[in-house]
Design a binder for this molecule. Structure first.
Ligand SMILES: [Zn+2]
Length: 519
C-alpha cells in the first residue's frame, strides 16, 4: 500500500472519532454529566485503539525510510510517535489506565481535616491567602499535605508500570521516553534549565528577601515556613495580588479582551460566542481552550470573575484559540495542530502577560491608576521568577523519580525545594511524602517543563515583535500579521524546535527571559 492511500482511509476515521471525543469532553466539562464522563472514557479508548495496530506501525517505519515530500514525511513522523506509545502490551496499557483512574479518584475525593472539620482545596487556599495567625497558617499548610502518604504508594505503583512500558519500547525510563516522543532532547533540557537557574539566582534571591521582609511584618519574626506563602507549593506571588484586582473594577473582561485582540487585527467574536464564560454549578472551575474539529470550531472555557487573574486567563485562552484558528488552510488534518505545547503556550503566555503590563493595561482598562499599573509590572517579574523555581523543582524531581524510584524521595524532594526555591524543610517532613501532593506528579507526568520553555519562547517572540513592530505590545496589526504568518501558520509542519528557529532565527535559549525578568 502507498502512504497516500493509507491516509485517505485512516484520517477520516481518526478525525471523526476525535471530534466525537472532543464533544463528549466539552459536555462533560461544561455540565459535569456522568453520562458524558462514561462516553468520553469509551471514546478515549476507541481513539487509542486506532493507533494500536503493530502492522501499521511496522509499515510506517518502512515508509519513513522511503523518499517523500516534506509534508508526507512529517505526517509519517507524527503517526510513528502516536503509534509508538501504543505498542505497549495491551494488558499493561489497561492496567495503567485503571490505576490512573483510581489515582484521579483518590485525588478528587480526598478532603483534608483541620480541627475535626473537612476542608476543600479552596478553603485551604483561602486560609493561606487571608489568615494572619502563623499557627493557623501552619496547620492549614500541614493539612494540605495530608494526602501525600495516601497517594504516594499509588503513584509509585504507576511509576513502576510507566517505567516498565518505557523499557518495553527500549527506553531507560519513562521520563526519557516521554521526552523523546515529544521531540525534546533530555540533555539539552536539563542543561537549559540549569543555565536559567544560575542566571536568575540573584534576582530570585532579591525577590525572596522582599517577600520574607513582608512576611515577617505580617506574621511576626517567628519561623517563616512555607506556610507563609499564599499557596501550598510557594509557586505564586504572595504579594500585592488583592490590590491589583482594583485594576479591573467595573471592567467587562470579555469585551476588553475582545477589543484588545481587535487592535491586533484579529476578530475573536465568533470564538467568544462559542465559549462558556461564566461560573455555573457542575462546570469545570478552571479554564482551557479546545479545538473540537480542526475545521474552525474553537472554544474556550472560563469562569470569569472581576479579578486580574481572570483578565489574564481570558487573554491567555484566546491566545491559544487564535493560534488554533491560524493554521495554513491547505495543511492536511494531521498537521493542523501545534507541534508541541511549548509554542501555543508561548502565544497564550504573551497574551496573558498583557494583563500585568502597564502599557498594555492602558488599552485594556484605560489610562488611569498608573500606580497600580506599575505595581502590576513588578508583580509580573516576581511571578516569573517564583514560578520558574517551581518548574525547576518539578522537572529535576521527575527526572530523578523515574531514573530511580527506589531512592529516598522525601529527602530528594526537599533537597530540590531547598536548592531551587530556597525554602527550608520544616521539621518532621521526613516521612510525609510531600512530593505526592502535587497533582501533576501522578496525573500529568513529564509535562511541567513545557510551561517554562513556553515562557522562554514568549520572551524571545517579544524581542522579535520589538524588532518587527517597534513594541512588544500585541495590540498592533503588524504583531497579529507576524504571529499569524510565522508562528501559527506552519501548524505541525516542523518540530517545535525548528519552529522556534523559523520564528526567531535562533534556537531556544533562556537569554531573552533572563534579560526580561532576571536582570
Ligand atoms: Zn495555556
Amino acid at each position: 500500500m502507498k502512504f497516500e492511500e493509507f491516509l485517505k482511509d485512516f484520517v477520516p476515521v481518526v478525525a471523526r472519532k476525535s471530534k466525537q471525543l472532543n464533544k463528549a469532553y466539552w459536555i462533560l466539562e461544561t455540565t459535569g454529566s456522568s453520562d458524558a464522563a462514561d462516553l468520553k472514557a469509551d471514546l478515549d479508548t476507541e481513539l487509542r485503539f486506532l493507533f494500536n495496530d503493530p502492522k501499521i506501525y511496522e509499515q510506517l517505519l518502512a515508509w519513513e525510510k522511503e523518499p517523500h515530500d516534506p509534508i508526507a514525511k512529517r505526517q509519517i513522523n507524527v503517526l510513528i510517535r502516536a503509534f509508538k506509545q501504543n505498542q505497549i502490551p495491551k494488558q499493561l496499557l489497561e492496567e495503567m489506565a485503571q490505576k490512573e483512574a483510581a489515582l484521579a479518584q483518590s485525588y478528587a475525593n480526598f478532603r483534608p481535616e483541620l480541627d475535626g472539620k473537612k476542608l476543600s482545596e479552596n478553603e485551604i487556599r483561602d486560609i493561606l491567602k487571608n489568615e494572619t495567625d502563623p499557627e493557623k497558617r501552619k496547620k492549614a499548610w500541614e493539612a494540605s499535605k495530608q494526602i501525600g502518604p495516601i497517594l504516594a504508594p499509588q503513584i509509585l505503583e504507576l511509576v513502576r508500570l510507566r517505567n516498565q512500558s518505557a523499557k518495553a519500547l527500549g527506553y531507560s525510563d519513562y521520563f526519557q521516553m516521554q521526552l523523546d516522543l515529544q521531540e525534546v532532547d533530555s540533555k539539552w533540557l536539563l542543561k537549559t534549565l540549569d543555565d536559567l537557574s544560575e542566571k536568575s539566582e540573584k534576582a530570585y534571591e532579591s525577590v525572596l528577601s522582599q517577600i520574607a521582609q513582608r512576611q515577617s511584618q505580617m506574621f511576626g519574626t517567628k519561623e517563616l515556613g512555607p506556610w507563609s506563602w499564599s499557596d501550598p507549593f510557594c509557586q505564586e506571588d504572595p504579594l500585592d495580588m488583592k490590590e491589583l484586582d482594583e485594576l479591573v473594577d467595573g471592567v467587562d473582561i470579555a469585551k476588553a479582551s475582545s477589543d484588545f485582540y481587535q487592535n491586533m487585527g484579529v476578530d475573536v467574536g465568533a470564538i467568544l460566542d462559542r465559549s462558556d464564560m461564566y461560573e455555573r454549578s457542575g462546570k469545570n472551575q478552571h479554564a482551557f481552550c479546545m479545538n473540537l474539529d480542526r475545521e474552525g470550531d474553537v472554544r474556550t472555557l472560563n469562569n470569569v470573575q472581576p479579578s486580574i487573574k481572570w483578565l489574564e486567563t481570558v487573554l491567555h485562552e484566546l491566545g491559544h484559540a487564535i493560534y488554533e484558528l491560524g493554521f495554513e488552510k491547505d495543511l492536511p488534518w494531521l498537521l493542523r495542530e501545534p507541534p508541541h505545547m511549548i509554542p501555543t503556550e508561548a502565544m497564550a503566555l504573551i497574551a496573558g502577560r498583557q494583563a500585568y503590563r502597564s502599557q498594555a493595561l492602558k488599552h485594556l482598562i484605560g489610562d488611569q491608576k498608573e500606580d497600580l499599573r506599575n505595581k502590576a509590572d513588578l508583580s509580573l517579574r516576581r511571578r516569573q521568577l517564583i514560578f520558574s523555581r517551581w518548574v525547576l523543582v518539578m522537572t529535576a524531581f521527575e527526572s530523578e523519580l523515574y531514573r530511580d524510584p527506589k531512592q529516598d524521595l522525601n529527602q530528594l524532594w526537599w533537597k530540590y525545594v531547598e536548592k531551587y526555591q530556597k525554602i527550608h524543610k520544616p521539621e518532621n517532613r521526613e516521612n510525609q511524602f510531600d512530593w505526592a501532593t502535587k497533582y501533576h506528579i501522578g496525573l500529568a507526568p513529564v509535562y511541567y517543563f513545557s510551561y517554562l520553555l513556553g515562557e522562554m519562547f514568549a520572551s524571545v517572540i517579544q524581542e522579535c515583535l520589538i524588532a518587527e513592530c517597534e513594541s512588544s505590545a500585541l495590540n498592533h496589526p503588524k504583531a497579529g500579521e507576524f504571529l499569524q504568518k510565522k508562528l501559527f501558520g506552519p501548524g505541525n509542519r516542523m518540530s517545535w524546535s525548528a519552529l522556534v528557529e523559523h520564528v526567531t532565527g535562533k534556537p531556544l535559549s533562556s537569554d531573552a527571559w533572563v534579560k526580561e525578568f532576571a536582570t
